[in-house]
Design a protein around this ligand. Structure first.
Ligand code: SAM
Ligand code: SF4
Length: 329
């Protein structure tokens, strides 16, 4: 088991397959992009599969989410999914993506064993998409969403981050769009994980604000039918259901006490928290010939020292050195 000293057990592994991306969302990356990890530093497909195998068979991991950067840019993605789906016990496999390129890949990924998908969509207006993601690709994202739904990756979830004075007037249109298309929308509070360190607590759009805005147009009621457990999203019924909307209030209502997540970066570092300021290297020992049991031991030790909370609201909070795109959201 991957247990920490506060009694939490990590069963949900987020794997970043690449730090590269074809968008430049302002809350994540600077316009010029970042210095991408050099190719020799990146785990190979076989190395990813070996570590995921250790997580599942030796350490009690039950869910794997592939993310990035943009995971669809990783050429071996379908093969990695397929090999993950063969592990025993079979983990739940999901993907977080910006959706660009899904039209070509959704069916292949489903056939490989992908169970669920989250597509990020912050705006329905092309000119705002161009400002927010700094690329003219809204049409591709919408096509990708449709492709995911027709491939049967339902219910497709949509992730949205609202930015003050940019797309904070889109909470209602985004929810209407998702309800009409059968997608489940989740708003994520903007977190201090951008490479430019531009996040300001007093500028961020809060969960309370988002819910108040939604209530101007919808009946939003607590979703008592779904157990929240360790899920980051608090879910609500829209107009009595069955449609739902979620809010991930990482900043204003932290859920660290119930966290069951652990992360593996594209260069083989275990992070016990999005906001951790330390990492544990598995790549070096793996390439030096460590056994599965030795790697499992290093991984256990990395999780054992997890802090009780992310500390974003402490005056002494320091943003981690890696930005979101290099950690894996
Ligand atoms: N590129 C893929 C995507 O955009 O879905 C996967 C990686 S991205 C880092 C994963 C999720 O993190 C996206 O839904 C994105 O909106 C979210 N995200 C990125 N930076 C964030 C930030 N500073 N605060 C909150 N969410 C953020
Ligand atoms: Fe790329 Fe996702 Fe970051 Fe946007 S949020 S720049 S799509 S990694």
């Amino acid at each position: 088991m991957l247990a920490d000293s506060f009694g939490r057990v990590a069963t949900d592994l987020r794997v970043s397959l690449t730090d590269r991306c074809n968008l430049r969302c302002t809350y994540c990356m600077p316009p010029e992009g970042l210095d991408w990890l050099p190719a020799p530093d990146l785990l190979t497909d076989d190395e990813f599969v070996r570590l995921v195998d250790i997580g599942v068979t030796l350490l009690g991991i039950r869910e794997i989410r592939f993310t990035g950067g943009e995971p669809l840019l990783r050429r071996g993605l379908a093969g990695i999914v397929e090999r993950t789906a063969r592990l025993e016990p079979r983990p739940e496999i999901s993907l977080t993506t910006n959706g660009i390129g899904l039209t070509r890949k959704a069916a292949e990924l489903r056939d490989a064993g992908l169970d669920r998908i989250n597509v990020s969509l912050d705006t329905l207006r092309p000119e705002i998409f161009r400002k927010l993601a700094r690329r003219d690709r809204l049409g591709d994202v919408l096509d990708g969403l449709r492709a995911a739904a027709s491939a049967g990756l339902a219910p497709v979830k949509v992730n949205a981050v609202l930015m003050r004075d940019l797309n904070d007037d889109e909470a209602v249109p985004l929810l209407r769009f998702c309800v009409d298309h059968g997608y489940e929308l989740r708003f994520i509070e903007q977190m201090p994980l951008d490479a430019q360190h531009g996040w300001r607590r007093d500028e961020m759009v809060t969960a309370d604000e988002i819910l108040a805005t939604l209530r101007t147009s919808f009946d939003i009621s607590p979703d008592t039918r779904r157990e929240r457990g360790s899920a980051p999203a608090q879910t609500f019924l829209v107009d009595g259901g069955p449609a739902r909307v979620g809010v991930i209030a990482s900043v204003t209502r932290p859920f660290c006490g119930n966290c069951d997540r652990v992360r593996l970066t594209a260069d083989g570092q275990v992070r016990n928290c999005l906001f951790a300021r330390t990492e544990s290297d598995l790549r070096g020992p793996m390439r030096a010939g460590a056994s599965d049991a030795e790697l499992a031991g290093l991984w256990r030790r990395a999780v054992a020292v997890k802090l009780p909370g992310h500390g974003i609201n402490d005056p002494t909070f320091l943003q981690p050195d890696r930005p979101m795109s290099a950690i894996g959201g």
